[in-house]
Design a protein around this ligand. Structure first.
Ligand SMILES: Nc1ncnc2c1ncn2[C@@H]1O[C@H](COP(=O)(O)OP(=O)(O)OP(=O)(O)O)[C@@H](O)[C@H]1O
Ligand SMILES: [Mg+2]
Length: 336
């Protein structure tokens, strides 16, 4: 299977509401994501681009300073750069509010200290980012976007994010089951207790006990909501009419090896990439010996790439003379 013309990519993804751009570090994920977003916006399709990469490259590519809130880039293009530190702070503030609602107030200083330390625990930022991404994913359709494009951090991280909703769902299930068992035990204990106290004079329902069960309900409802969010996000990610995963690579040995591994992992999780972009290709018509050799080397690797990924459409993006920045230049990159 040969390379498809690049305009085929924008046509193929035209009806996809959710597009994830993944790939090894430095291959051109941000450029591809921003190019797609700029192109659709130029076609008056309302588009949101979300960067999950803390390196601020999306803002640099769009020539705009971005943050966690929606920034309007042009009438049809909005952008968000998720900052893991801000998100993790917001996430833990939310956790603290939830715990406060049902914990013994005397325990709060200890709990606060525990939460403060948890913020820097491994995986905390990832979990907070995941939840935030899932929110954007689920809310984007309601917000009236025709496309939401995720410019992600390098491969391993993205794959974990794509697979995590299921794991988090299972984890929340475990927590809920545990909570239910405890509730059952508690109700048996309360029953026995009230049985013992039947003849007591103060046979009035304990107001604190009632409050406690309310608080428990609240905690469960937070977990249920989170579970629901991950479930919805998981369903969206696995629905190929909704989500397209585009892998970007260059025609080099290491990106080829990494893309093969990424595809195996995706397929294991029943997530199939929709397309593969081969970026930074050099045209073979070169007079300079150095560039001609590089172009030939790429052609050799292209052969391996075509053999390796027979199931997926391959689209080329050619190496430009300079970095591609600004929405006009970006969308022009795909208009060839
Ligand atoms: N087709 C191209 N022609 C010219 N320059 C390109 C092309 N694609 C990408 N670049 C340049 O290569 C560099 C890396 O690209 P980009 O930031 O898009 O990669 P990335 O995969 O997002 O990197 P990271 O893994 O660091 O997020 C940038 O300077 C970008 O401008
Ligand atoms: Mg990037």
């Amino acid at each position: 299977m040969a390379l498809h013309p690049l305009h085929g990519l924008v046509e193929q993804l035209e009806t996809q509401p959710i597009i994830f751009i993944g790939g090894k570090g430095g291959v051109g994920k941000t450029t591809t994501a921003a190019a797609l977003a700029s192109y659709y916006a130029s076609q008056q399709q309302k588009t949101l681009i979300v960067s999950t990469d803390p390196a601020h490259s999306l803002g640099d590519v769009l020539n705009v300073r971005l943050n966690n809130e929606t920034t309007v880039i042009s009438p049809y293009l909005d952008a968000i750069e998720l900052n893991p530190e801000v998100i993790v702070d917001e996430h833990f503030a939310q956790v603290e509010r939830t715990i406060k609602a049902y914990a013994n107030p005397d325990m709060m200083p200890k709990i606060r200290e525990h939460l403060r330390l948890s913020k820097s625990a491994p995986g905390a930022q990832e979990a907070a980012m995941l939840e935030s991404m899932c929110h954007h994913l689920v809310e984007a359709a309601d917000a009236g976007y025709e496309h939401i494009i995720f410019d992600t951090a390098p491969t391993g991280h993205t794959l974990r994010l794509l697979v995590l909703p299921e794991m988090m769902g299972a984890w929340t299930d475990g927590l809920l089951a545990q909570q239910r068992r405890q509730a059952k035990l508690r109700s048996v204990a309360t029953h026995l207790d009230s049985h013992n106290q039947k003849n007591d004079k103060n046979d009035v329902a304990n107001p604190f006990a009632a409050k406690k069960s309310d608080r428990w309900e609240q905690a469960v409802s937070v977990l249920e909501k989170r579970k629901q969010l991950f479930r919805q996000a998981g369903l969206l990610l696995h629905d190929r009419t909704q989500t397209a995963i585009v892998l970007v690579m260059t025609a080099d040995v290491l990106p080829l090896a990494e893309t093969k591994r990424a595809i195996e992992q995706l397929e294991d999780s029943k997530l199939m990439p929709a397309a593969i972009v081969i970026n930074q290709l050099i045209s073979t018509a070169q007079s300079d010996e150095f560039w001609r050799r590089r172009a030939e080397r790429q052609q050799h690797l292209l052969h391996d790439i075509e053999q390796s990924f027979t199931k997926y459409p391959l689209y080329p993006i050619y190496l430009q003379q300079t970095d591609v920045r600004g929405t006009d230049a970006l969308s022009a990159l795909l208009s060839v």
